[in-house]
Design a protein around this ligand. Structure first.
Ligand SMILES: [Zn+2]
Length: 422
């Protein structure tokens, strides 16, 4: 499987905007006068003014030329100001493609925490390339990893940083920037009152908020909900999301989308804290005891992230990294433990076969614990590798969220290679 998210998503794009989902790719769409939205995996909104363009987000470096070419069908204005909604590679790394030859260097605005994120990516490029490879279902080979190269080089840096709020005027058009912790600690959402356009960054992406991502840094669903409520109060007539298609001319739907997302996050956080309050049970038990709030809306489907992972993220913020299992406080190497289990079972192959039988009886979650031990006990046994890979492929097929599906697919890929997963 490709480690490249753009290849996976391109095949899912090209849907009409009324089917706007995380996977939508299209545009330019004129969401308000002189305001153009386009999306290729991630989005970019260009506000044309008499003094030049205000760009909200710039896409992935490798898809930015495609985004820019589409925007340039509608406007040839030079880039006056670029705003990064946050420092992720799919939002802040594509500016070069939009800048016209010979034009003055644009002003670049971002929240104060963005440069730290860029520095972190340079410092941990190999780690991030591996994390992304797993998130998109593959294994990583740093010698041949485009993701590794992209994390190693910081993008065009911001020329202006702000803390909580910033107002701009460009060519007579006013823009209000608001900081909110949500998917990241460096998020900005943008409101252009006279055009009625709201750019949410990844605080809205047409699927259940990406507030639990298993491999990524802390997320902040409670602040996220507050930001969604603030956005809902604006009466925006157009919403430009971080991923997926825009909503144009339907303020009531926009309000509903934002408020229902806020309600879902608030309820999930409150329910998680209520279980934690009840004697701080082990993490796994918290996850299983939290009743997941209703999330029937099209934009709350767990297609990318999912509630179980958001609960984990809340636990992490309020607690520590320890699972609560005594042996896992200062554990033995995984392989040493796995070999003991295998010895009791009569070998790694026997353990793997037991996992297969348990899975066939419908206990796939439990089967995967045994499968991990079997592979750790003897990663060189081709039979074990095959059984484990097949189990994780089966597991992946039953998952709705991209995170779960792809991490299980990655587990299968790593098993086939006889490599430790993480
Ligand atoms: Zn994004």
């Amino acid at each position: 499987m490709s480690e490249n998210p753009t290849e996976q998503f391109q095949s899912l794009g090209n849907r009409p905007p009324e089917e706007a989902t995380f996977f939508w790719g299209g545009g330019p769409i004129e969401v308000a006068p002189r305001t153009f939205f386009q999306c290729a995996f991630s989005s970019c909104t260009g506000f044309e003014t008499d003094d030049g363009l205000v760009l909200v987000d710039t896409g992935l470096a490798r898809l930015a030329p495609n985004l820019a070419a589409r925007l340039r069908k509608r406007t040839q204005a030079p880039v006056h100001t670029a705003i990064y909604t946050h420092g992720h590679v799919d939002h802040a790394y594509g500016l070069d493609a939009f800048v016209l030859p010979g034009q003055a260097a644009p002003r670049v605005i971002a929240h104060r925490a963005v440069p730290d994120r860029f520095a972190r990516y340079v410092q941990t490029a190999g780690h991030n390339a591996a994390v992304n490879a797993r998130q998109f279902g593959g294994t990583v080979n740093l010698a041949n990893s485009a993701a590794y190269e992209s994390f190693r080089v910081a993008p065009t840096p911001p020329t202006q940083l702000y803390d909580d709020r910033l107002e701009l005027e460009v060519g007579g058009v006013r823009f209000e920037l608001f900081h909110a912790r949500g998917e990241t600690d460096d998020h900005t959402w943008v409101w252009c009152p006279e055009r009625g356009v709201l750019c949410t960054g990844d605080l809205f992406i047409w699927v259940m908020p990406n507030a639990g991502n298993p491999q990524k840094a802390q997320r902040y669903p409670w602040d996220w909900a507050r930001a969604l409520r603030a956005m809902a109060a604006l009466g925006a007539t157009s919403l430009c999301p971080g991923h997926g298609g825009p909503v144009v001319g339907d303020p009531e739907k926009i309000r509903q989308m934002l408020l229902s997302s806020a309600e879902f996050l608030d309820a999930l956080v409150a329910r998680t804290l209520a279980v934690l309050e009840d004697g701080s049970p082990p993490h796994v038990d918290v996850v299983r005891r939290v009743e997941i709030p209703p999330h029937d809306a099209a934009w709350l489907r767990p297609l990318y992230d999912e509630a179980e992972f958001i609960i984990r993220n809340v636990i992490r913020y309020y607690g520590g990294w320890w699972s609560g299992r005594p042996s896992e406080l200062k554990p033995s190497p995984r392989q040493a433990v796995a070999r003991e289990f295998a010895a009791i079972a009569g070998g790694a192959r026997a353990l793997a076969e037991r996992a297969e039988r348990i899975a066939a009886a419908g206990e796939l979650r439990t089967a995967c614990h045994l499968a991990d031990s079997a592979l750790e006990a003897d990663p060189h046994d081709a039979g074990v590798r095959e059984i484990v890979a097949a189990l994780y492929e089966q597991r992946a097929a039953g998952e709705s969220s991209l995170m779960a599906r792809n991490l299980f697919r990655a587990a299968a890929a790593y098993a086939r290679e006889g490599r430790p997963f993480a």
